[in-house]
Design a protein around this ligand. Structure first.
Ligand code: HH2
Length: 282
């Protein structure tokens, strides 16, 4: 299997890929307000690459539960100065975390390689047309509802079946708009319209998503469900996130989106070293 787009071509099997998170927002749940200054944001991205990030995922709109929506002008004002520099300076591909086709298009014009679309359940195919035209990578994530309301009363019959069926359906629709499967990564959207039990069930059955034939991405970094499992506050969720990531990597998940690049890379490389020794002992 491969994941390829305009400036990148990742062939699997290979060591798991790590996306370093860079939120240039005032209100992201973890790093909100830290990187509003483009200079600090660029510096942070360089640090994440030094720590082993394979891609940098830039976001200009928080999608934490209850976050206020941001208009296109504001989102562009936040991301463009940072994306412009990162596309020139970084050796790794840059991804833009946006639900807006217009923001994706502007960033693709600046050299971004991947669109991370947490709103893959949109009715508007404009995003897919743009991704197809630029031959960009595309991350399609499942979300029930929208960030304003998604945690009010998330409900499913069977969460694993429904999320898998949704992602399969998206894959088909995306293809109809000219995006080829090798451009696409699928993400069950941990924490997006899901209760604690829904998140745990998705993690427990994460290997189910591999049967869709595309690489799978997991985003658990610092999320509140970890706090509910352990009673930990936002700054203390790294061990829980690493446990989930190692579990998922052992089930075959290939991409991890994280604020904590160095520890995540170390955990994944350790797992991979152990896995490489499976088989008869000499
Ligand atoms: N989670 C967040 C944002 N974007 N994209 C994908 N593909 N998968 C995820 O799980 C995911 C995502 C939420 O985390 P964060 O960016 O840290 O927070 P905020 O939305 O508040 O900026």
């Amino acid at each position: 299997m491969r994941w390829s787009g305009r400036q990148f071509d990742f062939q699997f099997p290979r060591p798991a890929l790590v996306l370093g998170i860079l939120n240039v927002t005032p209100d992201s749940f973890s790093d909100g307000g830290l990187y509003l200054d483009p200079g600090l944001a660029v510096e942070r991205a360089h640090r994440l690459v030094d720590e082993g990030a394979d891609l940098i995922d830039v976001g200009g709109e928080s999608t934490r539960p209850g976050a206020a929506p941001v208009d296109e002008v504001e989102e562009l004002a936040r991301v463009v100065p940072v994306v412009e520099r990162l596309c020139r300076e970084l050796k790794v591909p840059v991804s833009i975390d946006t639900r807006k086709a217009s923001v994706a298009e502007r960033c693709l014009d600046l050299g971004v390689a991947v669109v991370n679309d947490i709103g893959a359940n949109r009715g508007d195919p404009g995003m897919w047309r743009i991704v197809a035209r630029h031959r960009a990578g595309y991350i399609a994530m499942h979300m029930q509802g929208d960030p304003q309301t998604m945690q009010t009363r998330p409900a499913y019959g069977d969460v694993v079946d429904e999320v898998a069926a949704f992602l399969e359906d998206r894959l088909g629709k995306i293809e109809q708009w000219g995006v080829t499967p090798d451009q696409v990564v699928l993400d069950p959207g941990i924490g997006f319209g899901k209760s604690l039990d829904h998140n745990l069930a998705l993690l427990a059955h994460i290997n189910r998503f591999r049967s869709l034939g595309r690489p799978v991405l997991l985003g658990v970094s610092r999320k509140s469900f970890l706090g509910r499992v352990l009673g930990t506050v936002e700054g203390e969720r790294l061990p829980g996130a690493l446990a989930c990531s190692v579990w998922a990597a052992a089930q075959g998940v290939q991409l991890f989106r994280t604020h904590d690049v160095a520890p995540t890379v170390q955990a994944l490389r350790t797992l991979e070293a152990v896995s490489a020794s499976l088989g008869p002992v000499s």
